[in-house]
Design a protein around this ligand. Structure first.
Ligand SMILES: [Zn+2]
Length: 155
């Protein structure tokens, strides 16, 4: 098995550590990092972790994640720990917390949901019913949303 290791120290940006192994690409999607642009992203997958067995680590240069972006991450990487790096040093440590309500994070997947037909635009609102196993439902129509659908429907 090839071990892919490209751990580069970054000067400014965000390190997302303790991502469950194999989920780093979903994290990139969730963060809406545009891979066609020039943001340098380092990705380390499947490294040994005391906490998780195996983990992925993601480093995004010149970008500091905010709380709203962290809320998105909580869906796929509730164990993630975040470090904001400024001038090569850890300036802030942040935790990921899964909110009970996910407002304007992803569109409901149900095609007849009122959010798609309302005269007045409604905020998208998904409710976290259960965390383990993850169960998420649309606040308006009650449709269950699986993780794949949520990722697909990220706003
Ligand atoms: Zn709905």
């Amino acid at each position: 098995m090839t071990e892919m290791r490209r751990v580069t120290a970054i000067r400014n940006g965000t390190v997302v550590d303790h991502i469950p192994a194999g989920h780093a690409l979903q994290v990139i999607q969730m963060l809406r990092i545009d891979m066609t642009r020039t943001t340098p992203v380092s990705l380390v997958m499947n490294v040994p972790s005391d906490k998780l067995g195996r983990k992925d680590v993601l480093k995004v240069e010149d970008r500091e994640l905010n709380q709203e972006e962290l809320d998105r991450l909580a869906l796929i990487a509730p164990t993630a720990s975040i470090a904001i790096i400024r001038n090569h040093a850890v300036a802030e440590k942040l935790k990921v917390e899964l909110a009970d309500d996910l407002v304007n994070i992803a569109n409901c997947s149900f095609s007849n949901c009122i959010t798609k037909n309302a005269r007045e635009p409604l905020p998208q609102r998904l409710c976290v019913i259960s965390r383990d196993p993850l169960e998420v439902r649309c606040y308006y129509c009650g449709s269950g949303q699986d993780l794949e659908e949520i990722i697909e429907n990220i706003i």
